[in-house]
Design a protein around this ligand. Structure first.
Ligand code: IMP
Length: 427
């Protein structure tokens, strides 16, 4: 049986949590393959809202084994708080597996994330300040500390001493901050070790065995295509690979085992942090979208930047991820517009671009070329199948589908599980 990848096709916050939760009923394992607690998924079941940061949304389905893959940056204190919060609400996290190879977010990573952002001034990335960039930086520089190091106090201490020797110089001499005390960190992290040890596993082995036995594995990306460190709007990106290729590296599942890549697209666009955003609305329409769509960060509470749907971005996402199916979310938010603008191309200094331009300079100057589709007034949140949508909403969906390079499988018309219109089987 195959592995399936679920990936955001814009700048994050497309509503992956809901799609993942829907698929959770049919799969045995849900795996987070990159990112850390910079992410935030909201899953609504009945009247209960769950805001998940590090845990894969599969944790809410009792038959699913949630897995934190090797590609994730794990802040153990945050993870334990999240586990405790869910346990208090009656959601068991006993089945959770954490890769022994995942990297740990350490106090020096959080400290450096904050000071380097401040140092960048106007050129700042607008990070979530959770230490994610410095954690991945150390991973690649081969001075990272991994989950398995929690199981060997001697090694943990050795690695910590080595890395703090350098980081404390940077913090104190360059940024005029206080140094970090290795004893205190070692004590704190060994406390986490006790709590997390029962969950630590060779997750790549577990997942490949599950696939051998015919089980479905869902690989869930955090962030999204345009925040990918290779394929996104660099340098205004996160420090990992949310795109489908990253699912293999971040889980230990080979590409030949992936049979489907489901892209999640919001019926409009949003972004948090800095960086180019061609369809961004800086006027009252942007504010209207933000309010109507509840576009405030789950992790940071920051108001998100908002803009119209951008088909050029979607086509790029289809390409770099090999998307086979799309799930369109939050269609209900667009009710009440006389005309619904859709960006179909860009104008860059007088030249039309039907695809994302090659260079960052051109992308920064991209002005959207829009088509204006007829809007609808009706509330869509009660619709349960495509035929129940007003004619103009149906036309909007079909027009978008024709522009994005892959078929639509489902449409979200509200936050609840049951507010989903299925156009084709998800699996
Ligand atoms: P970092 O991941 O905290 O380093 O932040 C890098 C960029 O990614 C910033 O623009 C963040 O706002 C953005 N970002 C990180 N996580 C998310 C997410 O889950 N949704 C949307 N944007 C995110």
């Amino acid at each position: 049986m195959p592995a399936i990848v679920l990936v955001g096709a814009q700048w994050g916050d497309e509503g992956k949590g809901k799609a993942s939760d829907l698929l959770g009923d049919s799969v045995s394992y849900v795996v987070r393959y990159q990112g850390g607690n910079n992410a935030g998924h909201t899953v609504v079941i009945g009247d209960e809202h769950y805001a998940l940061h590090l845990l894969p949304s599969g944790v809410l389905s009792p038959r699913v084994t949630p897995v934190i893959g090797n590609g994730v940056a794990v802040d153990p204190g945050v993870l334990i708080d999240e586990i405790d919060g869910l346990t208090e609400r009656g959601v068991s996290c006993d089945r959770l597996l954490i890769s022994a190879n995942a990297h740990l977010v350490m106090p020096h990573h959080r400290a450096l994330d904050k000071v380097t952002e401040r140092y960048l001034g106007d050129a700042r990335i607008g990070t979530t300040g959770r230490g994610i960039g410095p954690t991945y930086g150390d991973k690649v520089a081969r001075v990272g500390i991994r989950v398995q190091d929690l199981l060997d106090p001697g090694i943990l201490r050795q690695k910590l001493d080595l890395v703090l020797r350098e980081k404390n110089q940077v913090l104190t001499k360059m940024y005029n901050r206080r140094g970090i005390d290795a004893d205190a960190v070692a004590d704190e992290y060994l406390g986490y070790a006790e709590r997390l040890q029962p969950h630590v596993a060779d997750t790549a082995l577990v997942l490949n065995r599950a696939l051998d036995q015919g089980e479905f594995v869902l690989l869930e990306g955090a962030q999204a295509t345009f925040l990918d460190v290779d394929h996104g709007t660099y340098p205004f990106v996160t420090s990992s690979s949310p795109t489908a290729g990253g699912a293999c590296a971040g889980s230990g599942i080979g590409p030949t085992r992936i049979s489907k890549v489901i892209g999640i697209l919001k019926a409009y666009t949003s972004r948090v942090g800095s960086g180019p955003f061609p369809t961004e609305l800086l006027d009252e329409q942007g504010e209207w979208l933000r309010k109507a769509g509840g576009e405030y960060g789950v992790t940071t509470g920051r108001p998100r930047r908002t803009g119209w749907f951008d088909a050029v971005l979607a086509r790029y996402a289809t390409r770099v991820n090999g998307i086979t199916d799309y799930f369109l979310t939050k269609l209900d938010v667009l009710s009440g517009l006389p005309k619904v603008p859709v960006c179909v191309a860009y104008d860059v200094n007088g030249t039309r671009h039907d695809e994302v331009p090659m260079t960052q300079t051109e992308f920064h100057h991209a002005v959207p070329v829009c088509e204006y589709l007829d809007g609808w007034w009706e509330d869509l949140s009660q619709a349960r199948d495509f035929a129940a949508l007003p004619r103009n909403a149906q036309n909007y969906v079909r027009a978008v589908e024709n522009m994005i390079g892959a078929p639509l499988t489902g449409i979200g018309v509200g936050p609840r599980r049951d507010q989903t219109l299925q156009l084709r089987p998800l699996l």
